[in-house]
Ligand binder design. Structure first.
Ligand code: SAM
Length: 236
């Protein structure tokens, strides 16, 4: 986890799009954190988390981060890790989420966004990380008609954040996780491949199957490396 991010997390924290709650749970180890509210739209992920964690200071909430069931000015830190690019409904939904974060944060509270962003890595192993993201989004759109916000430039994130928060700093952070190609090919893409199989239009399906082959070829040649992320810290 990034030091600068952890240093800014304190008080009552809401984890926006908490997934399986691993990160939210680890926040409780920070002595500056009092309670953590983990908000996640997929209840099956919260069900898994509930079986694992019984901490009194951890609150699991099923709902959308674009319409938070939390009172005005009740939260010290809101954090969103790798979520905004996955919001269905595109830019409008991202705006609603940032506006909601502003509403629930107390004066002086912080919104921390860590997300993938659009850039051109020189290293093909790192480029693969963005390629598979795009491919998953395309598969979801073609198979189910669901359009996620997707990968965007830092300016696009900042435009939205600065509409609601007057103070915002940002940085690009490298992630060092590398995986050998053979391991990546074994583990990657269950959901993407499933979606592609369900696409009815043959030309579209073939085009995406070719992209899957391209991903696996690149992985076997160069391995896989996590892409950089954008870190934004906005103060209310
Ligand atoms: C890539 S995962 C990241 C999970 C977690 N933050 C982490 O770092 O492990 C994105 C999560 O956002 C959740 N999500 C997507 N749209 C959401 C929404 N509108 N409200 C709440 N959660 C949402 C997804 O269900 C998924 O669990």
């Amino acid at each position: 986890m990034f030091k600068e991010v952890l240093a800014s997390v304190e008080g009552i924290v809401v984890d926006l799009g908490a997934g399986r709650v691993r990160f939210a749970k680890s926040l409780l180890e920070n002595p500056r954190v009092r309670e953590v509210v983990a908000v996640e739209i997929d209840f099956s992920k919260l069900r898994e988390a509930k079986k694992q964690y019984s901490e009194q200071r951890l609150h699991l909430v099923c709902g959308s981060i674009a319409c938070l069931p939390l009172r005005e000015s009740s939260i010290d830190t809101a954090i969103s890790i790798l979520v905004l690019h996955e919001l269905a409904g595109g830019r409008e939904e991202v705006e609603k989420t940032v506006k909601e974060a502003k509403r629930i944060l107390r004066a002086g509270g912080k919104l921390i966004i860590v997300d993938k962003y659009l850039y051109k890595p020189e290293d093909p192993a790192e480029a693969l990380s963005l390629m598979i993201e795009d491919l998953y989004h395309e598969a979801l759109r073609e198979a189910k008609g669901v359009k996620l916000w997707g990968l965007h430039k830092p300016e696009d994130y900042l435009d939205i954040v600065k509409k609601y928060f007057s103070k915002a700093t940002w940085s690009k952070v490298k992630r060092e996780r590398k995986i050998p190609g053979e391991v990546f090919v074994k583990e990657w893409g269950k959901e993407t491949k499933f979606l592609v199989k369900t696409i009815k239009d043959e030309n579209t399906r073939r085009r995406l199957e070719n992209k899957i082959r391209e991903v696996e070829k690149t992985a076997l040649e160069h391995g896989y490396k996590s892409s950089e992320v954008l870190v934004i810290i906005a103060e209310n």
